[in-house]
Design a protein around this ligand. Structure first.
Ligand SMILES: *[C@@H]1O[C@H](CO)[C@@H](O)[C@H](O)[C@H]1NC(C)=O
Ligand SMILES: *[C@@H]1O[C@H](CO)[C@@H](O)[C@H](O)[C@H]1NC(C)=O
Ligand SMILES: *[C@@H]1O[C@H](CO)[C@@H](O)[C@H](O)[C@H]1NC(C)=O
Ligand SMILES: *[C@@H]1O[C@H](CO)[C@@H](O)[C@H](O)[C@H]1NC(C)=O
Ligand SMILES: *[C@@H]1O[C@H](CO)[C@@H](O)[C@H](O)[C@H]1NC(C)=O
Ligand SMILES: *[C@@H]1O[C@H](CO)[C@@H](O)[C@H](O)[C@H]1NC(C)=O
Ligand SMILES: *[C@@H]1O[C@H](CO)[C@@H](O)[C@H](O)[C@H]1NC(C)=O
Ligand SMILES: *[C@@H]1O[C@H](CO)[C@@H](O)[C@H](O)[C@H]1NC(C)=O
Ligand SMILES: *[C@@H]1O[C@H](CO)[C@@H](O)[C@H](O)[C@H]1NC(C)=O
Length: 890
């Protein structure tokens, strides 16, 4: 009995220690929102407290499971008194602070799960005494320190999860002694140095994860020999080396191989297809080269294939053969091969990929051919991205059947034809990017059915017609709506007021007209609004004063009139305001964005005055001058004209390299090559348009070719067709110069190019032509000569005309010299190259001798001997042009 009593006494003592320890642990819990520990009181024996498991025999705590209770607090050192404890599950709480070193007293501890808390400080060295440990899970905390060399004093360790902490130092080779290790996860820490060769001795390893560290050097070849490995994850490090050729046979259990964002090189081994369990292969953002093995289709279990951002492919016709083999991978869900060197045609077999495919991303390659109509088979596609390739042909009508599509990105290719109206059937579409192609026709109304669309970009195509109300009123559009650089006409519908979530609206460089609808003021989240280079007119409405989120506003090159609204100076975020080349008048405000001459551009508005001194505008005394009426000509015009003449001479003669400081703003970057962004016309169409280039239609003959008037039957548009005389030496050069220039410039006083035709005529000879807008009033030369004859009084150039023409030519030249992405020297400015529109506005044409000045750039001023220098004619303007134009009237 006594003995028994002594035993009981001892047991009671042990239990008492455990009970006290548990209460001490409870005492350090600051918050217990679920009341989980409220029943840890004397009404129940502690072995029955929730989360506590005792040994039956001696009533000692063997498992403490407080997981997922939203507890907040730190861990008491008394935990070290629970000396029989075999398992601690504290995962998924809000514990913080350090783990007390008393944890090292728990000699029987086998399993420790502290994952998903906010623990800090050192821990691993404190665990090296707990030699029974089989599982350590510290994932997602803030533990610091390094892995101690003595980690191999835990010989039974099977699982070591240290991912998502702040651990540092190098990986000790002694880890290789843990021969039972099945899981080694060190991901998302700050480990550095190389991966020790000793890890190759971990012959039970299945899950190997070192991703997101700063590890460098080669992956030791021995690791590729651990046949038990099923997950080999080392993405986002600084690792080198190439894959051993036999990898697919030495790692027969491989399911996931993730090497992305490292510096791996070399080819992809052909034996990959022997790793028949492989599900996920991700090598994105490395430097792998060569062809992708065309037997990948042997991988029946493949789900994800990500090869993006490497140097795979040889820009050759066989590059995409592997796609064909992949049609055997019936579980495939993701294929991403963007930004490689894949060339050759898109195989039709792309349509034979698994119908479980969700993501197909092939952008940024040199892929040719067209999208097969069979693409409609891939009914589970979420994302189809083929941007930045050389794809041609039309967008197949059948894409409309891809009803689960979220993203359709076909931008920067050479697609032609119309935007299929079936796209409206993709009701889950979020993002539609078709910009920078050669699409024609109008914007389909049916896009209005895509009620989840938040980004629509069809800019830089040849689209015509008006903006469908159904599209401009899609309230889901939140990121951007870009219709710029097309041939769209009509007004901006007032339905635009529905775009109350929109950030960017760009309708620049079209043929829009009419006034700004007041409803635009409802789009209060707009940050960037580009309406430049259209024919908008009227005043800038007061309703826009609500657009207080605006960062960038460009209304330049339109026909806006009236005053600059005062409210613009109150827009707190406005950092770019371009109102150039309109007919704005009156005082320029001085506050807000107008305080800094470098954030605004107001060129080419003749009637502005005031503003900050840097703008060098006249003072606002116009009210008085108006009243003075009669004396206007002598007192105002003469000095103005002289100033303009001087200005023009300065503009025309000052080297372009001279940077006009003050209130200039760089124009936005211009689009891709002309042939991509304008509508295409064939020789045949031009032949019809000009009545077979009949002499009746001939309106001019120049040194490099003849100009015909024509009518395009497509939209009854009257055009001028300049046909190059290719027998004339220099004509081709002149054609190229003109194309190069015109693709870079756009200004309302420069002749507008509609398209370029580079083709062969019916006899098989080369045929090159430029198609321009037709300006009914012919060239200035004609007008000046009429004048000299003194004959036709109807055709008299009034003083105002002359002044306007001079201003407009000056404005065009100023633009060419100072505001183009690449400055341009016209080199052949003369009256016959200045064309007049119906309203007598001037348009500078004939860029056949024009020079792009980027090559000369800086060297111009001090190195005139440069071989590409301009032949002294940059500033040369025949006197007949501008001077005579003005002087005649005096
Ligand atoms: C003590 O625990 C019991 C359940 O075991 C509970 O009903 C009681 O409310 C608790 N007492 C206190 C003071 O929290
Ligand atoms: C229990 O733990 C505390 C804190 O570590 C310690 O001060 C105390 O001596 C321990 N009690 C026993 C009986 O081990
Ligand atoms: C630790 O807890 C987390 C979260 O519940 C769980 O996912 C993980 O499997 C556990 N670790 C071990 C080794 O059991
Ligand atoms: C543990 O590993 C280290 C380095 O790999 C080695 O030098 C040492 O002999 C190993 N210890 C045991 C007990 O295997
Ligand atoms: C990998 O295993 C093969 C066959 O067992 C052996 O010949 C080779 O030396 C091993 N390579 C490494 C680096 O351990
Ligand atoms: C690898 O696969 C090829 C067929 O793709 C087969 O001929 C070869 O025997 C396999 N190698 C091994 C080691 O299984
Ligand atoms: C695809 O599967 C067929 C039938 O199983 C087989 O004949 C063909 O060789 C396989 N192709 C590839 C590339 O594995
Ligand atoms: C696509 O698969 C079908 C049926 O398996 C086959 O008849 C057809 O030839 C395949 N097409 C291509 C382009 O591989
Ligand atoms: C859109 O879907 C409807 C119904 O599913 C179908 O009748 C119609 O033909 C489709 N439209 C296009 C253009 O594919």
């Amino acid at each position: 009995m006594i003995n028994l009593g002594a035993f009981e006494c001892e047991a009671a003592t042990g239990s008492e220690i455990d009970r006290e320890a548990l209460l001490a642990i409870k005492a350090q819990i600051r918050k217990d929102p679920l009341g989980a520990l409220s029943s840890w009181n004397d009404t129940l024996p502690f072995c029955m407290w929730p989360g506590v498991t005792c040994s039956l025999q001696d009533q000692r705590v063997i498992l403490l499971d407080l997981s997922s209770l939203n507890l907040e607090g730190s861990v008491s050192p008394f935990i070290g008194n629970l000396s029989y404890l075999g398992g601690i599950n504290f995962q998924e709480n809000n514990f913080d602070g350090e783990i007390p070193h008393e944890i090292g007293n728990l000699f029987y501890l086998q399993s420790l799960n502290l994952s998903y808390n906010s623990f800090q400080g050192e821990i691993l060295t404190r665990l090296t005494n707990c030699s029974d440990l089989k599982q350590i899970d510290l994932a997602s905390n803030n533990f610091a320190g390094s892995i101690p060399v003595s980690i191999d004093s835990l010989p039974n360790l099977k699982l070591l999860w240290l991912n998502r902490n702040s651990l540092t130092g190098s990986i000790p080779p002694s880890l290789g002694n843990l021969s039972s290790l099945v899981v080694l996860s060190l991901a998302a820490n700050s480990f550095e140095g190389s991966i020790p060769d000793d890890l190759g001795r971990l012959t039970s390893l299945q899950f190997f994860q070192l991703s997101e560290n700063k590890l460098s050097g080669d992956v030791p070849p021995s690791l590729y020999n651990i046949s038990s490995i099923s997950s080999f994850l080392v993405s986002v490090n600084r690792l080198h080396g190439s894959l051993p050729w036999g990898i697919g046979t030495t790692l027969p259990n491989l399911r996931s191989l993730w090497l992305g964002m490292n510096q791996f090189t070399g080819p992809l081994p052909y034996t990959l297809s022997n790793a028949s369990l492989l599900e996920s292969f991700d090598i994105g953002a490395n430097a792998f080269v060569g062809l992708v093995p065309d037997n990948l289709g042997g991988l029946q279990n493949l789900l994800n294939l990500n090869l993006e951002r490497n140097q795979l492919g040889k820009m050759g016709t066989n590059d995409l053969n592997f796609i064909t083999s992949l049609s055997n991978s019936s579980r495939l869900e993701v294929v991403v091969i963007q930004f490689n060197n894949f060339g050759g045609p898109l195989p039709n077999s792309v349509a034979n990929l698994s119908t479980s495919l969700k993501v197909l991303v092939m952008g940024g390659n040199q892929i040719t051919g067209s999208i097969p109509s069979g693409i409609e088979n891939l009914i589970n596609l979420n994302q189809l991205d083929m941007e930045q390739n050389l794809l041609t042909g039309t967008i197949p009508l059948g894409v409309g059947k891809l009803s689960r599509l979220n993203k359709l990105i076909l931008s920067s290719n050479k697609f032609t034809g119309e935007i299929p109206s079936s796209i409206g059937n993709m009701t889950l579409l979020n993002e539609l990017q078709l910009q920078s192609n050669s699409l024609w026709g109008s914007i389909p109304q049916s896009l209005g059915k895509c009620q989840d669309l938040n980004l629509l970009d069809v800019s830089q195509n040849n689209l015509i017609g008006t903006i469908p109300k159904q599209v401009i009123s899609l309230p889901s559009l939140s990121r951007s709506l870009k219709l710029s650089q097309n041939l769209l006409t009509g007004s901006l519908p007032s339905e635009v007021g529905s775009l109350i979530n929109l950030g960017d609206l760009d309708i620049s460089r079209n043929e829009f007209s009419g006034e700004i609808p007041t409803m635009l003021g409802k789009c209060i989240t707009l940050e960037n609004l580009y309406m430049n280079d259209n024919n908008f007119q009227g005043a800038i409405p007061s309703s826009l004063s609500t657009l207080r989120s605006i960062h960038r506003l460009d209304l330049s090159s339109n026909k806006f009139s009236g005053q600059i609204p005062d409210y613009l100076q109150d827009f707190p975020l406005l950092q770019y305001l371009n109102l150039s080349f309109n007919d704005l008048e009156g005082e320029v405000p001085k506050g807000g964005v107008f305080r800094n001459a470098s954030t605004i551009s107001i060129y080419g508005n003749r009637k502005l005055c005031g503003g900050i001194p840097e703008l060098k505008l006249p003072n606002c005394t116009l009210k008085d001058s108006k009243e003075r009426g009669g004396s206007l000509k002598q007192k105002v015009i003469v000095p103005i004209v002289s100033a303009i003449v001087i200005l023009i001479i300065i503009i025309a003669t000052v080297p372009v390299a001279y940077n006009w400081k003050g209130y200039s703003i760089k124009k936005p970057v211009f689009g891709s090559f002309m042939e991509d962004q304008y509508m295409k016309l064939s020789y045949r169409e031009l032949c019809i348009a000009t009545n077979e280039f009949s002499s009746d239609n001939l309106i001019g003959v120049g040194s490099h070719g003849s100009v015909y008037k024509g009518i395009l039957n497509k939209d009854e548009k009257v055009v001028a067709v300049k046909v190059l005389n290719l027998e004339n030496r220099g004509a081709l050069k002149s054609f190229v110069a003109e194309c190069q220039t015109l693709r870079n410039v756009r200004h309302r006083n420069l002749i507008k190019v509609i398209t370029v035709c580079s083709s062969v005529d019916f006899k098989g000879n080369d045929f090159k032509a430029l198609v321009f807008e037709y300006l009914p009033n012919g060239n200035l030369d004609k007008w000046l000569h009429l004048e000299e004859d003194g004959q036709n009084h109807l055709h008299k150039l009034t003083f105002t005309h002359r002044l306007n023409i001079a201003m407009e030519v000056a404005s065009a030249l100023e633009y060419l010299h100072h505001h183009c992405q690449t400055p341009v020297a016209h080199c052949d400015l003369k009256p016959s190259n200045i064309l007049l529109n119906n309203d007598m506005s001037a348009h500078v044409g004939d860029f056949g001798l024009a020079k792009l000045l980027h090559e000369i750039g800086d060297s111009f001023s001090h190195n005139q001997t440069s071989s590409i220098g301009i032949k002294g004619s940059i500033g040369y303007v025949p006197p007949g042009t501008v001077l005579s134009l003005l002087l005649y009237s005096f």
